[in-house]
Design a protein. Structure first.
Length: 72
């Protein structure tokens, strides 16, 4: 992941930003996406060290009602 660490960090912080814009808690988002709260917490962590699939990104974007490109 070292090679893409900065990219994952940008994506994770944008997920957090858009979740807050929608006034959702991590628990609410994780439940709607169908992932565990601990997984979402790791995705949104300041020093994100968790890789995640495009499927998870698509699902998060759908729940937040935004275009996935906004994460990048």
């Amino acid at each position: 992941m070292d090679k893409n660490a900065e990219r994952y960090k940008v994506i994770s912080q944008n997920i957090k930003k858009y979740r807050k814009i929608k006034n959702m808690t991590q628990k609410e988002l994780s439940e709607k996406v169908g992932i565990s709260l601990s997984y979402l917490t790791k995705i949104e962590a300041e020093k994100c060290n968790k890789t995640f699939s495009l499927d998870v990104l698509f699902d998060i974007a759908d729940v937040l009602d935004i275009d996935i490109k906004n994460f990048f």
